[in-house]
Design a protein around this ligand. Structure first.
Ligand SMILES: C[S@@+](CC[C@H](N)C(=O)[O-])C[C@H]1O[C@@H](n2cnc3c(N)ncnc32)[C@H](O)[C@@H]1O
Length: 270
């Protein structure tokens, strides 16, 4: 017996457009829905961070290595206030821990004296580690997160090195925020409508020499759209000198080094 398939043999563009529109509407209603839904990945990767969603106004202590020449290493201790109530950034995300650990391993010479800006800082963890390593750091996020970031700067006594500022992706970068030598971003690819906004801000802040460390956790197929936008203006490669790479790769986390493509091509020389 021959059973005829009723499935169309090619993807119908109208069906696809409807599906994207539906997904965008659902994203707008619940930006974190993909973080709770593992269907897109089809495996058992843990999508949500280990702190429960009910976490409110708690402190966690995190320790990062600080290898120093001549065996004088002292670990970096960060006390982090976490609180899920101001939004998803109020807890520590896995890619943030990976990125913090990497810059700590690179040691003080990597950050010391540099102007460093973190995008989508949430609690501020990555920027706090960069500050503890002697960087002049700006940690930035949307308005509801500024309070928790300020508390975390104060509790770690990093006021002289770490500045908190509001920076909404896609909007003009406020004039008091300097153009950095290094940009840090962890776990900032999760909400599709924000993809072009994040690329715009990365491109506004970076020049040919800006080093961008971008730590990313793959959650769903739609993340590819972010990288399609990104590649118009940036090159990237995996950071390959992190001894922990294999272990976080198993959790679908990648650490990338982004550099701006030739600026002249886009007619926006700096
Ligand atoms: C998943 S959290 C990651 C937080 C932190 N980087 C970490 O690794 O723990 C994403 C962060 O991006 C911020 N964010 C999302 N959309 C943004 C936008 N349009 N402008 C600025 N920040 C944004 C959120 O507020 C949140 O703090």
């Amino acid at each position: 017996m021959v059973v005829e398939s009723t499935q169309p043999s090619i993807i119908d563009p109208f069906v696809l457009a409807d599906e994207i529109a539906l997904n965008e509407a659902l994203d707008a209603l619940d930006p974190l829905r993909h973080l709770r839904n593992q269907d897109d990945l089809g495996d058992d990767i843990l999508l949500v961070p280990t702190q429960p969603r009910s976490v409110q106004n708690q402190c966690i202590n995190l320790t990062f290595p600080n290898p120093a020449p001549e065996g004088s290493s002292t670990a970096i201790q960060i006390t982090l206030r976490v609180d899920a109530s101001p939004g998803c950034g109020g807890i520590a995300w896995p890619a943030g821990e990976v990125l913090s650990n990497y810059i700590a391993l690179r040691g003080e010479q990597y950050c010391h004296g540099k102007t460093i800006l973190e995008l989508g800082s949430g609690t501020g963890l990555v920027g706090l580690v960069a500050g503890a390593l002697g960087g002049h750091v700006w940690i930035t996020d949307q308005a509801p997160l500024l309070g928790i970031m300020k508390d975390n700067v104060n509790v770690n006594n990093l006021q002289s090195l770490v500045t908190v500022a509001e920076l909404n992706w896609g909007e003009n970068v406020p004039s008091d925020i300097p153009r950095p030598d290094m940009i840090l971003a962890a776990d900032c690819v999760y909400y599709e409508p924000a993809f072009p906004l994040l690329v715009k801000t990365l491109s506004e802040l970076s020049g040919e020499k800006t080093e961008i460390l971008f730590c990313y956790k793959k959650r769903r197929k739609a993340d590819k759209r972010f990288f399609t936008l990104l590649k118009k203006q940036f090159n990237w490669r995996e950071v390959n000198d992190d001894p922990n790479r294999e272990s976080y790769a198993r959790a679908a986390i990648s650490l990338l080094l982004l550099t701006r493509r030739e600026l002249a091509v886009y007619g926006d020389k700096v």
